[in-house]
Write a protein that binds this ligand. Structure first.
Ligand code: DAK
Length: 259
């Protein structure tokens, strides 16, 4: 499948999705969001893809937000539709069975920061900058930022970012738990690829069940969540993966998981 605004590269079990409108700092317009939706629907059903990396084209930006020139003339009804499209794309990422890594190589503002929040893990280059500048444009975040940011870093830190519209740098983002690690710009993608390939080498069903139980369990109370984990743990014992993984350990060899 080929796209106009995104690049899709699949290699060694890892799909790299690059939002590729560098002249507009990869801002998300309707066309790009629709292409992303198609792309993630395709990846969801791919048995070849075991991990996904999302990054931005060019040197300056991951994604500098939803496209302001596209949004400028929207009516309230059109704004609602646009917001729903954005939410749909981010839910599609969150609901991908494969783990998703955001490789944040520059500005991650507004919808760009929100896009990274829908990924499972975030890694940044030293020049990355994060923020939710919507209040400076007279709107609120529309792709889940008011909800995912407090859930990730806590209400106090999130409201500081959401209400002020200020930008924070990569080191600060790392300190507050918004990103896992900061790398030199020229190392970011390689480091993300090492992690993605490591994930792709593990038992695919176990990794995907793990993602499912983390994402669904986090919204439950602890008793229900642990009982949900117990159910999925039990399910593992009906897989070839568990047979192979445990046999390989006891036979002191590497497991050979079928993909
Ligand atoms: N949209 C459209 N174009 C953008 C853009 C954006 N978000 N960000 C940058 N660009 C464009 C610039 O207009 C410029 O285009 P030309 O003038 O060359 O044609 C080009 O990218 C390069 O940008 P700059 O010349 O400005 O580059 P600088 O290095 O000087 O500055 C910057 C980089 C990232 C600091 C600056 O571009 C900037 O402040 N950009 C805007 C960042 C921003 O405010 N992002 C948040 C967007 S709002 C909702 C749904 C969704 C949302 C809200 C509500 N509902 C339905 C309720 C989401 C909102 C957002 O994400």
């Amino acid at each position: 499948m080929t796209f106009k605004n995104i690049l899709l590269d699949i290699k060694d079990g890892v799909a790299t999705v690059t939002i590729n409108r560098p002249k507009a700092l990869n801002a998300l317009n309707k066309e790009t969001l629709l292409e992303m939706l198609d792309c993630f629907v395709e990846l969801k059903d791919s048995s070849e893809v075991l991990a996904v990396i999302i990054t931005g084209g060019g040197e300056k930006a991951f994604v500098a937000g939803a496209d302001i020139s596209f949004m400028q003339s929207l009516t309230a009804a059109e704004g609602k539709k646009f917001g729903e499209l954005g939410h749909g794309v981010l839910r599609a990422i969150e609901n991908l069975p494969q783990p998703v890594i955001a490789a944040i190589n520059g500005f991650a503002l507004g919808g760009g920061c929100e896009l990274s929040l829908a990924c499972d893990m975030r890694f940044a280059s030293k020049n990355a900058k994060f923020g939710q500048p919507e209040v400076n444009l007279g709107v609120i975040p529309g792709f889940g930022g008011t909800q995912r940011l407090p859930r990730l870093i806590g209400k106090g830190l999130a409201t500081e970012i959401l209400f002020s519209g200020k930008m924070i740098d990569a080191e600060e983002a790392c300190r507050i738990g918004l990103v896992n690690q900061v790398y030199e710009s020229d190392k970011l993608l390689d480091e993300c690829m090492v992690l993605a390939k490591m994930i792709a080498s593990r038992g695919p069903a176990a990794v995907q069940l793990c993602k499912e139980v983390v994402n669904n369990g986090i919204e439950m109370d602890l008793n229900r969540a642990c009982s949900y984990e117990a159910d999925l743990f039990a399910l593992c014992f009906a897989t070839d993966e568990q047979t192979e993984g445990m046999a390989a350990f006891l036979e002191k060899r590497s497991p050979q998981f079928s993909k």
